[in-house]
Design a binder for this molecule. Structure first.
Ligand SMILES: NC(=O)c1ccc[n+]([C@@H]2O[C@H](COP(=O)([O-])OP(=O)(O)OC[C@H]3O[C@@H](n4cnc5c(N)ncnc54)[C@H](OP(=O)(O)O)[C@@H]3O)[C@@H](O)[C@H]2O)c1
Length: 353
């Protein structure tokens, strides 16, 4: 513990909170020092409070830790947050006001002008928005966010193409795993053998977040990417992994080899500076004609890569393909952890925070 940064997890008992605990076990820079959840869990040992759903055991030290109230008193300066957005809207500013770095999964502040929405391989420079937050100059506190779990895989696949060729239009239809709805999430009678063609606010988030993530930082604010995007979101009976069927229109004609090279050769700062949670290859193209599949591919790149397949011409736009990403690792806890690693590397988690 001596050399590691102590971190807290808000919403530690939920699906994303559990992933944080799993990913932080053995982390070289951070160590779990504080756990908080709702009144239901407060005061209980973590193993009693959490309905643990992962296929690794709860780390022994964490299992015995008491779950605290979700209040900044006594919490470490670095907080990973995995709260429902309604409660996040109230609690996250409270922690930032009290001088904590809040690195969050919730959608509550993602689209705020002075809050960075970041995928480190795509737009790590947007973290500079933190310097616009009033709490930052007052006491060091701030809020930094990662995207919605369906936006992250899509944007990782689009980013190398947007950079090289320019994107003009995107159509995306998602098939999203049940773990994306938290626990207990969707009732089994609703989802077994079924597809639910509605996830509240998901299409709006996917469209708006994709354009902010691929937007440019100019004079202290983000100008959203100008392309058109239309999303259709579905919940399917898959445990982990969001699959998305994507069609794109590019500014100029390109060969399929150019697209494959852009994906396979895509590397960014997290890979160059060797952040511990960064995958070696952020975007992996699988040439199999029936890939990617959640059951076979979701854990590639330790769950941190976007797996792309089935590139082919599109009769409506220019190209179509499939992308898969792990919704609670790359799409949630792993995304926030990578943001925290970049924040530490760039000096945002030292000094007062
Ligand atoms: N699941 C995903 O794939 C995914 C991906 C990206 C982003 N997200 C976002 O991450 C957040 C968490 O999602 P999840 O799937 O982990 O949800 P979840 O399984 O429902 O967990 C919610 C967590 O919030 C806690 N909580 C609820 N009410 C609270 C309150 N009043 N005060 C303090 N803590 C409270 C719960 O504690 P108790 O156990 O004590 O009730 C639990 O720890 C959401 O904003 C979600 O949209 C989820």
């Amino acid at each position: 513990m001596a050399n590691k940064i102590p971190v807290g997890i808000l919403g530690a008992t939920g699906m994303v909170g559990q992933r944080f605990i799993q990913l932080l076990e053995q982390h070289p820079w951070f160590e779990v020092a504080w756990l908080a959840a709702s009144e239901r869990s407060s005061g209980l040992a973590y193993a009693e409070a959490a309905r643990w759903k992962l296929n690794t055991a709860i780390p022994e030290r964490v299992a015995k830790m008491r779950v605290s109230d979700a209040s900044p008193n006594g919490a470490p300066k670095v907080i990973f947050a995995a709260l429902d957005s309604g409660i996040a809207k109230e609690l996250e500013p409270r922690f930032a006001e009290a001088g904590h770095a809040v690195i969050t999964n919730s959608s509550a502040f993602r689209m705020h002008e002075d809050v960075p929405l970041v995928i480190p391989e795509v737009n790590g420079d947007h973290l500079k928005l933190i310097d616009r937050q009033s709490t930052r100059s007052r006491n060091g506190g701030f809020i930094a966010t990662n995207p919605n779990c369906s936006a992250i895989g899509l944007v990782m696949a689009l980013a190398p193409l947007h950079r090289r060729f320019g994107i003009e239009a995107v159509f995306v239809a998602t098939m999203q795993a049940v773990s994306g709805a938290g626990y207990p999430g969707v009732a089994s009678l609703d989802i077994l053998g079924n597809v639910i063609p509605f996830i509240s606010n998901e299409e709006e988030k996917l469209e708006a977040e994709t354009r902010k993530l691929l937007g440019e930082l100019h004079n202290g604010s983000v100008k959203a990417a100008p392309f058109k995007i239309s999303a259709q979101c579905n919940r399917v009976a898959v445990e982990d992994g969001h699959t998305e069927s994507v069609s794109i229109k590019l500014k100029n004609p390109v060969n399929p080899e150019d697209i494959l090279n852009a994906w396979n050769g895509f590397r960014a700062r997290p890979q160059e500076i060797g952040l511990p949670t960064a995958p070696d290859q952020p975007v992996i193209y699988d040439a199999g004609n029936d890939r990617p599949q959640p059951r076979l591919d979701v854990n590639r790149g330790r769950g941190m890569s976007a797996i792309v397949g089935r590139l082919r011409p599109c009769g409506l736009l220019d190209w179509k393909f499939t992308v898969l990403s792990h919704n609670t690792i790359r799409g949630a806890a792993g995304a926030a952890l990578l943001n925290a690693e970049l924040l530490k590397h760039d000096g945002y988690l030292c000094e007062r925070v």
